[in-house]
Design a protein. Structure first.
Length: 221
């Protein structure tokens, strides 16, 4: 008789939003997930840092516009002091300053509050695994913004990239999420993640935002 398999540990999550009417129901709904354990709720960035220090925490679901310390500053502080803690932004705002500010501060995901529970849960799990997830509206806006900027010189792609890795980079540059890439190439999402991991390692790409920049610079997007 085979031994029962051990259930994976639930991800420890902090929900940060200055509005109790948003924060409390969101924490309650996410707490129903088999994959997540909401360990704290915070009303501002300062409370986030306090809760993370009390830890352990895997992911912070972060609002941006909060009093005392906003989400971008809290994300920057977490990236510096607790780099093992992933941040997924969940906000009403999808303007260039908010998107680039959060991503440059170290956020691994960026969703608008139109996202459903499954989308949020998927983004949290992806961030904990080192992947980036961006709302489609955010992807489109980010892509449009980066296309208006001059390509960063000296960032040619390595010659040992496979044809498939170049295809994946091209589709990332077009703003497709992992699921869209999988459907376009007729492969599984797990295979897409494997190609992305190899691509990022070979090309020295930090995250999905950097991948979009590199795709544009290489003329792939």
């Amino acid at each position: 008789m085979s031994e029962p398999t051990e259930r994976p540990r639930r991800l420890r999550v902090i929900v940060a939003d200055d509005q109790a009417a948003v924060r409390e129901p969101l924490a309650a709904v996410l707490g129903l997930s088999e994959d997540l354990d909401v360990v704290a709720a915070a009303a501002d960035g300062s409370e986030v840092l306090t809760a993370v220090a009390a830890g352990p925490v895997d992911v912070v679901l972060m609002d941006l516009r909060m009093p005392v310390m906003d989400g971008i500053e809290a994300t920057r502080r977490l990236s510096e002091e607790y780099p093992e803690v992933a941040v997924v932004v969940l906000t009403t705002f999808a303007d260039d300053d908010s998107i680039l500010g959060a991503l440059n501060a170290g956020a691994r995901g960026y969703l608008t509050k139109n996202a459903g529970r499954q989308d949020i849960t998927r983004a949290i799990c992806a961030a904990a695994a080192g992947q980036s997830v961006l709302d489609r509206e955010v992807q489109d806006r980010l892509l449009a913004t980066l296309r208006t900027k001059a390509p960063v010189p000296g960032q040619a792609l390595p010659e040992d990239l496979t044809r498939r890795e170049r295809e994946v980079l091209t589709l990332i540059g077009q703003g497709l999420p992992n699921r869209g890439i999988a459907e376009k190439l007729f492969i599984s999402e797990a295979t897409v993640k494997s190609h992305i991991n190899n691509l990022f390692a070979k090309a020295g790409i930090r995250d999905r935002t950097d991948a979009v920049r590199r795709a544009i610079a290489a003329g792939l997007a």
